[in-house]
Design a protein around this ligand. Structure first.
Ligand SMILES: [Zn+2]
Length: 226
């Protein structure tokens, strides 16, 4: 089985999460910055009521899929451990799910490529990862280039992988603020998603546009992966 980092290149849409009154469990999160906070209960959102996409990312970095896509994934035999219900600001349930995996991969190998770090929390060193971008030059006709993700993992065995077809990365994208101060609002950096080829196939059958799948490498597990 192959595994991929799922990333979105379309315009992000709607608000979600911390600022909308969603609840987070901070018991295993970094005490200094809040990275590692886990969404519990519904994901409260704004601006998604008329969403017609089968897959979208909110402005706050939550990955949302339609009920139709979710049901097809399940029908195809994938294990989705887990998703959360999505509501509008008034608590009205929407036909959407927030992909909210319960399992996270370990830290990627240091020779992995595609992410850069800026101003990271010195306690957890788990947030403030960003896509590595090589800025182009319009005058010289050089386009901006997003470095492809090449993530390598060690010691991820089949017992772990068999529990789900979706996982979080250990690394979390962007800023975390555990406390609102000045113009800084509460925000928990979001991990990336790792999905199996079962999930990738369903996305491709749905012809979902502007979604990228970068294959990851898993080596030296105790069991040879098929
Ligand atoms: Zn931290």
């Amino acid at each position: 089985m192959k595994y991929y980092i799922l990333s979105h290149r379309s315009v992000h849409k709607g608000q979600s999460g911390e600022g909308m009154g969603s609840t987070y469990d901070l018991s295993n999160a970094c005490k200094s910055c809040g990275t590692g906070a886990v969404l519990i209960g519904k994901l409260y959102t704004k601006g998604l009521k008329n969403a017609t996409n089968d897959c979208l990312y909110t402005l706050d970095g939550d990955n949302i899929i339609s009920k139709k896509l979710y049901e097809t994934i399940i029908k195809n035999g994938a294990i989705v451990n887990d998703v959360s219900l999505v509501s509008d600001g008034k608590g009205q349930e929407l036909p959407l799910f927030c992909v909210n995996p319960k399992l996270s991969f370990p830290r990627m190998q240091p020779f992995s490529q595609g992410l850069t770090i800026e101003g990271q929390c010195p306690v957890c060193k788990q947030n403030d990862f960003f896509n590595d971008v090589i800025i182009g030059n319009l005058e010289k006709g050089i386009q901006t280039y997003i470095v492809p993700l090449k993530f390598h993992y060690n010691g991820v065995d089949s017992n772990f992988l068999n529990q789900s077809d979706i996982f979080h990365t250990w690394e979390c994208m962007g800023l975390s603020n555990i406390k609102a101060e000045g113009n800084r609002v509460i925000r928990y950096a979001r991990p990336l998603l790792i999905v199996s080829e079962r999930i990738k196939e369903v996305f491709e059958n749905f012809k979902i546009k502007k979604v990228l799948f970068d294959e990851i490498t898993i080596c030296n597990g105790p069991v040879e992966l098929q």
